[in-house]
Design a protein around this ligand. Sequence first.
Ligand code: PLP
Length: 390
Amino acid sequence: MGMHFPAEASWLEIDASALAHDAKVFREVLGSGVRLGGVLKGNAYGHGFAEVLPLAHAACDALYVIEARDALAIRAFEARLSAPRREVLVLGAVNADEAVELARAQVDLALTDSGQARFVPALRAAGVRLRGHVHVDTGLGREGFSVDELPSAMSWLAQARDAIEVAGVLSHFANTEDVTEQDYAARQLSAFDEGARRVRAASGAGSLVRHIAASAAALLLPQARQDAVRIGISLYGLWASSETRLSARALLGRVPELRPVLSWRCRSQLVKWLPAGSYVGYGCTYRCPVATRIAVLPMGYYDGYPRLLSSRAHALVNGQRCPVLGRVMMNHVVIDVTRAAQQGEGPITATLLGRDGDEQVSADQLAVWAQTINYEIVTRIGAHLRRIVV
Ligand SMILES: *Cc1c(COP(=O)(O)O)cnc(C)c1O
C-alpha cells in the first residue's frame, strides 16, 4: 500500500557561514598583502550566482566571472545596496558592445587575443576607456598571448592607449591539482615573470596587478600568490583534488579545514513497500531480494544528479545511508529506506549531497562514484533548483 505525498522539487542549501569561514582560511594562509579574489563562474560553481553574490562580495576583495552580464549584475547589486565597488574582472569572451558596457561600469576585462583589437573603435566611439589585464598563456594552451606573442600584442595595445588601459597581467596554471610535484607550475611561473616584465616595459604602466594562482596554487605555491589570487572551488569549501589536500598537509604542516557550502536535499514523492522479487527502474537492473521499503525522489539527471550514480550512490535519511536502487532516471531516483525510515513516517527528506547527522555524502565521494571531479558534480546541478541561503 503506497503512501503518497505531494511532489516537491529538490532544493539546495547554501551555508553562508561556511563560505565566510572558507574565505577566512585563505586570508590566514595568504596574509594581508595578497588580495582575495572569488570566482563566480559556472553559476557560482552551481551554488547559485544570485545567492552566492552577497556572500562572496562581503568576503572577497575582487570577483571574477566569465560572462559580461554577470559582471554587470555585480555592479547592479552594488548600486542597489550602496555597497562598495569591488574589482570585477571578466575572464571570458565578450563582444564589442559588451566591452563598451564593461568600460562604462568600470569592470576589467582579460585581454586574451588580438581579435579584441576590434573593440577599440567601439570604445573610442563611446568615449570610454576599458581596463584590461593581459592574459599570458604560460603553458595551459588555452586563451592568452604566449610570451613570444607579447611584443606584437603590446604594440597594438600601445596604439590603443586612449581606449584600453593595461591595469594587470594574469595567467592560469595547467597542472597544479593533479600532481604533488610542482615542476610544470614552476616553469609556468618563470614564464609569467618574463611575461609580466614585458607587459610592464611595453605598457608604460607604473604598477600592474599580477595574478596567476587559483585555489590549489594559492595554498601550495607561496611564490604564485603575487598580488591577488582567484579562488574558485575552495571558496565553496571543496579541495581542488586529493593531491592538493595531501600537499597542503606536507607544506603547511596541517590540513586547513574547508567547510562545504552546499547541501542538496529532496522531499520524497512517495514511500512504499515493494515485495521481494520486485524490480526497480528502467532496465530492471535492480531486483529486491527481500521486501523493501523504497522512497521515490522527484529528481534525476535532469536536475544534475549524474546517471552514473545508478546503483552506486547513497543518499542520507535520518542520518542513515540509503543506497540508490537501479537507474537514475530523468526525473526520479529510487532509494532504499527500509532501515532508515520509521514505520508510518510521512514523507522523508533525503540528503543527496551534504551532511545528515553523523553521515556525509561529499561532492568528492559523488565524483568518485560518477567518475568525474567535484567541480563537475556541483557545477552541473540544475540552475532551475531553488537555492536557500541558511
Ligand atoms: C576557474 C578558474 C579559476 C578558479 O579555479 P579553482 O581551481 O576553482 O580555484 C581561476 N582562474 C581562472 C582563469 C579560471 O578559469
